[in-house]
Each structure stands twice: as structure tokens, then as C-alpha cells.
Design a protein around this ligand. Structure first.
Ligand code: NDP
Ligand SMILES: CCCCCCCCCCCCCCCC(=O)OCC(=O)COP(=O)(O)O
Length: 309
């Protein structure tokens, strides 16, 4: 009997077994945690928010679906009630209509959620808009609109729900940021700025609330097949209205929603969920910033030339 068969192989299989049991217990704990959790999803009317609603509904969570359009929210509640590919979820989702760019309605919504459900376990700050335009042509009102929707709205909602989470010493706050919370690409200034601010705010929050057993997860997706580019605002405030190729070829919203669900279940602090090029771009920005800036300047000149011709 040699050393490999008497020591190495049993040790290897033993470790694998312990790891498998550990993962199973982790999975069971995650299912139990999500099953009764009160989960608030903003931007539930389309794209990633809608898929997050489906994923958390399938996991058994009590949903609070937020959006600007009450009809779309009603349709989603109806759609969820007919979902069959999951264990029966008996909780009828609650809907709350508000505009994230209007702080007063955000605060009223938070009050309504707490009044109706008593507490929030998981807040998914998902809603957002994108932007296309040159800095020189963009009015400050457009920058403000993007910041209000992507940054001030989500942080207002978070701040309004936070005291109740601290009191219960329980809660999980998710921020759907973007790869553009980590790198800035040309002609996306307001969007990239709002996502960098999101990343910074929620990183600070994570450190501040860990002592109250509250978790914070920042999710940074690459391109997802949603209406984000269609709904993007442009330099003059009008709707961009184009489905970008990168967006159309991105990951599906359902795939990313599963990543969000698992990240919450595993209490991850951050997740980058992107293809190879955006992921490499993040590393390049940090390791070889000068090269990254040169690439971005070349990209800007190329895009400008293509637009002018
Ligand atoms: N798609 C992508 O490639 C990527 C998306 N993301 C992020 O994912 C998140 C979801 O976007 P996605 O699903 O892609 O895009 P969608 O345009 O499909 O969805 C955006 C959602 O946000 C809501 N929303 C927009 N403005 C407001 C507002 N002022 N008040 C309340 N709700 C608002 C929309 O509601 P309504 O139906 O009323 O317009 C909609 O439900 C965003 O934060 C985005 O930045 C991150 C990386 C990549
Ligand atoms: C070592 C080789 C490295 C190669 C790096 C090449 C760098 C090329 C730049 C690529 C930029 C990728 C940007 C990704 C942006 C992204 O995923 O954004 C997600 C979004 O939020 C999409 O929103 P948008 O409105 O911009 O569609």
C-alpha cells in the first residue's frame, strides 16, 4: 500500500465530502432565509427588476413590487400568480407606485411599505436609467435627472428603511450598479457617475452597518438584454430609443436575476457579473490605468467619427 492510496486519496474524498455537505447546508439555510423574507424590488416593471421579482417569488419570498406604472405592476402580480415552476408561494405581492426622482414620493412609499408589512428583510435597489451623449452638449438638468433616479432615489429609499433594519438588527440591502460603477466609458458620463456614486455609497454603508448584522451587496452587471438602452436619456433629455447591439447580445435578465438571488442567499459583498471584455476592462483600469485611458480616448474618437460620417 503506497502513500497515495492510503493517505492522499481518502483525504481528497473526505475533503470533497465535507465540502459537499457544507454547500448543502448553506443551500438549505439560504432557502429557509428567502422563504419568508419580505423583499422590496424597485424597477419591477421590466428587465432585471421583473426577473428578480420572478426569482424571489419562486424562492417563496413576500414581495413588494415598486414601479411608476400601476398597470404594469398589476400585470406582473397576475403573471406571478400563474407561475407554476416553483413550490407554491402563497404570499400575494404588494405593489407600491412611486417615482424615484421625486424624494417625497420615495419617503411616502417607504412609510407605506413599513406600515403594510411591518419590516423589510431585503431591499433590491434595481431601478435605473442610462444615458447617451457628449458632456459638452448635455444640460445639467439631464445629469441631475440621471443622478436623481440612479443615486438620490435609491439612497433616499435605503435611508428611510434603514432605521427599522437597525432596530431589528436584520436586513440586506442590494444595489444594482454596473460595470460602469467601476470604469467610465465615453458618452455615458451621467450614467457612469451615478453608478460610481452608487458603488461608493453602498461600500460605505456596508462598513457602517455590519455592526448591526445588516448585509450590503453591490451587483455590477455587464450588458443585459433589457430595455435600458431604448429608455436611455440623451443630451437634450429626449429618449434614445435605440436597442444597442451590446445590450441585445448581453446576458439574459433571468440569468442575472439568479446571480442576484444567489448573491443574497450567500450574503456576498459584491458580484461582478459580466463577459470577458468588460471584466478585463475593470482589471485594466486598475492595473494599467494609462493604457485604459488611451483605449477610451481612441474609442471616443472612433465613435465620434462614426456619428459624424
Ligand atoms: N441592461 C443592462 O445592460 C444593464 C443594466 N444595469 C442596471 O440594471 C438596472 C435595471 O435596468 P434594466 O432592467 O436593464 O433596464 P429597464 O429599462 O428594462 O428597467 C429599468 C427599470 O427602472 C424603472 N425606472 C426608471 N426610472 C425610474 C424612476 N424615475 N422611478 C422609478 N422607477 C424607474 C423602470 O420603470 P418604468 O417601467 O416605469 O420605466 C424599469 O422598471 C438598472 O439599475 C441598470 O443601470 C446594469 C448593468 C447593465
Ligand atoms: C487585457 C485586455 C483588456 C481589454 C480591455 C478592452 C477595453 C475595452 C473597453 C470595454 C468597455 C466595456 C464596457 C462595459 C460596460 C458595461 O458592461 O456596462 C453595463 C451597462 O451598464 C450598460 O449600460 P449602457 O447604457 O452603457 O448600455
Amino acid at each position: 500500500m503506497d502513500f497515495t492510496s492510503t493517505v492522499i486519496i481518502p483525504l481528497l474524498f473526505g475533503s470533497l465530502g465535507i465540502f459537499a455537505v457544507f454547500r448543502l447546508l448553506q443551500w438549505m439555510r439560504m432557502r429557509a432565509y428567502l422563504q419568508e423574507a419580505v423583499v422590496v424590488v424597485t424597477g419591477a416593471t421590466s428587465g432585471l427588476g421583473k426577473e428578480c421579482a420572478k426569482a424571489f417569488h419562486a424562492a417563496g419570498s413576500k414581495l413588494v413590487l415598486c414601479g411608476r406604472d400601476s398597470e404594469k405592476l398589476k400585470d406582473l402580480v397576475q403573471e406571478l400568480s400563474t407561475m407554476t415552476n416553483h413550490r407554491k408561494n402563497t404570499h400575494k405581492p404588494h405593489t407600491v407606485v412611486f417615482d424615484l426622482s421625486d424624494t417625497k414620493t420615495v419617503l411616502n412609499a417607504a412609510e407605506e411599505i413599513l406600515k403594510y408589512l411591518g419590516h423589510v428583510d431585503i431591499l433590491i435597489n434595481n431601478a435605473g436609467i442610462s444615458f447617451r451623449g457628449t458632456i459638452v452638449d448635455t444640460g445639467l438638468d439631464v445629469d441631475k435627472k440621471v443622478m436623481e433616479t440612479n443615486y438620490f432615489g435609491p439612497i433616499a429609499l435605503t435611508k428611510a428603511l434603514l432605521p427599522s433594519m437597525i432596530k431589528r438588527r436584520q436586513g440586506h440591502i442590494v444595489a444594482i450598479s454596473s460595470v460602469q460603477g467601476k470604469i467610465s466609458i465615453p458618452f455615458r458620463s451621467a450614467y457612469a457617475a451615478s453608478k460610481h456614486a452608487t458603488q461608493a455609497f453602498f461600500d460605505c454603508l456596508r462598513a457602517e452597518v455590519e455592526q448591526y448584522d445588516i448585509d450590503v451587496t453591490v451587483v455590477s452587471p455587464g450588458y443585459i438584454q433589457t430595455n435600458l438602452s431604448l429608455n436611455a436619456v440623451t443630451a437634450d433629455g429626449s429618449r434614445y430609443g435605440v436597442m444597442d447591439k451590446n445590450t441585445a447580445e448581453g446576458q439574459t435578465a433571468a440569468e442575472v436575476a439568479q446571480v442576484v438571488l444567489n448573491a443574497v442567499g450567500q450574503k456576498k459583498k459584491e458580484v461582478l457579473v459580466a463577459g470577458l471584455t468588460p471584466s478585463l476592462a475593470v482589471y485594466l483600469r486598475n492595473i494599467f490605468p494609462r493604457l485604459f485611458f488611451t483605449l477610451m480616448a481612441t474609442r471616443a474618437k472612433k465613435e465620434r467619427k462614426a456619428k459624424d460620417s
